[in-house]
Ligand binder design. Structure first.
Ligand SMILES: Cc1ncc(C[n+]2csc(CCOP(=O)(O)OP(=O)(O)O)c2C)c(N)n1
Ligand SMILES: [Mg+2]
Length: 548
């Protein structure tokens, strides 16, 4: 790009390249075409998705792995279609850059606004809505200010690990501007050192008198790149450590002291007991949200919590502001290096190892047997991608071998996330094989993105958990609204240009699919796993009982 004249559009592309972005996801439209041409001439690979919602999910999955994702969409019809994915990314702190083309500035306000296609007449509406679901939302209106605006907005995205919105009107893309110099965005959040010192002092004082402390690690540890510091705190304290649902995978599950995923009454009984009986729960980067903690079933007394998140630390019911998680963990590690904590913490139960599995080939597959078998299948190079629905609850109980990773949008919990997110995840992390669990209901939302997975020759193993409807809803209240049209799911990969999938009815069928996955490591494997609609697993039965 260096021999071409610098323009506002090229400047934005160059900054994205400087942030290490290799792929962007989107759907073309006339308001964004000139910008897409610039992406095509850059090192960034533009991946066409079937729709903008899927582009958002794919970019979200991509960002979960690489630390930055981007969506490029057209105005109105494109932007409005992407809102749900971007709201999810905001809720779950995913650094996503939403780039929308826009009507020419020279036309805005000149014609009667209703004459501009794809709009409802209000040229501010799209930005205003994005403003509510992103950390910053800007319209580039002036080529001189645009450069600073772009730099600041992208820095906000990576600093806060949240989506941002950049609208580039069609007549701004080719506006000449200065060359972008070298640039490193400021990622540090505002720190008040005196407040930090007091927060650490009070934390240590509570730790030194706690008799059954425990660490609850959450997703922000990963979003804010503080995994090493977390491991150091775990090692220095010797405290048992659980993760929240959204935090599954933030700590390697073979770590000494790991006790499983805590999600209220739905967690393994031993995990729940240790966390809820603790007299001091050190919540590090953990959101104490309803779904993340098992749908209102968690019993965590605020008087026994220290919650360190993003930019503040709560000790019991009072708060220390301007204490970023990263700085808090670093200061805690430092203090712990010179401090002896009380001895005599209880012996820990091991994170439940998965029991040996002996298949009975002719037996019809049940939900419990399916998940038990899957627990033996997961390998070091797998990244599990789990959609919302019954799979989300089962997935949390799987044991991840060292190296394996886990992605689930289980706080915002929009069904249909997993298939498009898999597209992004695999492109972001080629050495991983995505192992996908998606319900039939979730698949019916966004499953057509399988066609882009096939188009790109990607190799996920997809288990479509087909229980004939909305089972997770069924277990709470059942009615005809939980029924779905039955699709021949296994035919779809062929319809999308790939090889036909397989239907799995028996334990023998499942063994055959797992063999296929092991033998055909570079190919997509698609299994329509047929389970009975009233086959509620043990976990789901408990969910129903608790939520009803
Ligand atoms: C976009 C969206 N619409 C509706 C819901 C409400 N909802 C939550 S789970 C669920 C059913 C999921 O069914 P399925 O994917 O088949 O999984 P199952 O529980 O049957 O295994 C629905 C409709 C949602 N979470 N997201
Ligand atoms: Mg279902």
């Amino acid at each position: 790009m260096t021999d071409r004249k610098m323009t506002v559009g090229r400047y934005l592309v160059r900054r994205l390249e400087q942030l290490g972005l290799k792929h962007a996801f989107g759907v073309p439209g006339d308001y964004v075409l000139t910008f897409l041409d610039l992406l095509e001439e850059s090192s960034i690979d533009l991946v066409n998705t079937c729709n903008e919602l899927n582009a958002g999910y794919a970019a979200d999955g991509y960002a979960r792995v690489t630390g930055l994702g981007a969506v490029c969409i057209t105005y109105g019809v494109g932007g409005f279609s992407a809102y749900n994915a971007v709201a999810g990314a905001f809720a779950e702190r995913i650094p996503l850059v939403v780039i929308s083309g826009g009507p020419k500035l020279s036309l805005r306000g000149r014609l009667h606004p209703n004459l501009l296609h794809h709009t409802i007449g209000d040229m501010n509406l799209q930005r205003d809505i994005f403003d509510r679901i992103t950390q910053a939302a800007i319209v580039l209106r002036n080529p001189v200010q645009a450069l600073r605006q772009i730099d600041e907005t992208l820095a906000v995205c990576v600093r806060h690990s949240r989506p941002v919105y950049i609208e580039i009107p069609a007549d701004m893309v080719d506006e000449p501007c200065e060359e972008p110099g070298s640039w490193t965005p400021d990622r540090a959040l505002h720190l008040d050192a005196d407040v930090l010192a007091e927060a650490v002092e009070e934390t240590l004082s509570l730790m030194s008198s706690a008799s059954s402390p425990v660490i609850l690690a959450g997703v922000e540890v990963c979003r804010l790149n503080t995994q090493e510091a977390l491991l150091e705190v775990v090692e220095r304290t010797g405290y048992p450590v659980a993760t929240t649902a959204l935090g599954k995978g933030v700590i390697p599950e073979h770590t000494n002291g790991y006790i499983g995923t805590y999600f209220g009454a739905l967690a393994n009984e031993s995990t729940r007991r240790i966390v809820e009986a603790s007299d001091l729960v050190l919540c590090l980067g953990a959101w104490t949200t309803d779904i993340d903690l098992g749908g209102y079933t968690a019993h965590l007394d605020p008087g026994r919590l220290i919650v360190a998140n993003n930019e503040r630390v709560w000790v019991k019911r009072h708060v220390y502001d301007h204490v970023p998680l990263k700085d808090f963990l670093a200061a805690l590690c430092l203090a712990l290096s010179t401090m002896a904590l009380p001895e005599g913490r209880p012996a820990l139960p091991l994170h439940p190892p998965s029991a040996p599995f002996v298949p009975s080939p002719p037996a019809l597959l049940s939900a419990d047997r399916f998940w038990a078998r899957i627990n033996r299948f997961i390998a070091d190079d797998h990244i599990l991608v789990v959609d919302t629905g019954s799979s989300a609850f089962e997935g949390l109980k799987l044991c991840l071998p060292a190296g394996a990773d886990y992605v689930s949008q289980c706080f915002y919990a929009s069904i249909g996330f997993a298939i498009p997110a898999t597209l992004g995840i695999k492109l972001a992390a080629p050495r991983y094989r995505p192992i996908v669990f998606v319900g039939d209901g979730a698949f019916q939302m966004t499953g057509q993105e399988l066609s882009t997975i096939i188009r790109r020759n990607l190799n996920p193993v997809i288990f479509l958990v087909n229980n004939d409807g909305y089972q997770v809803e069924r277990v709470i209240y059942d009615n005809v609204y939980n029924d779905l049209q039955r699709w021949e799911y296994a035919l779809l990969p062929e319809a999308y240009g790939g090889k036909r999938g397989v239907a799995v009815r028996t334990e023998g069928d499942l063994e055959a699919v797992l063999r296929q996955a092991a033998e055909q490591k570079d190919a997509l494997v698609f299994a329509d796993v047929r389970l009975k609609r009233d086959d509620f697993s043990e976990t789901l039965r408990r969910l129903g009982e608790t939520l009803r």
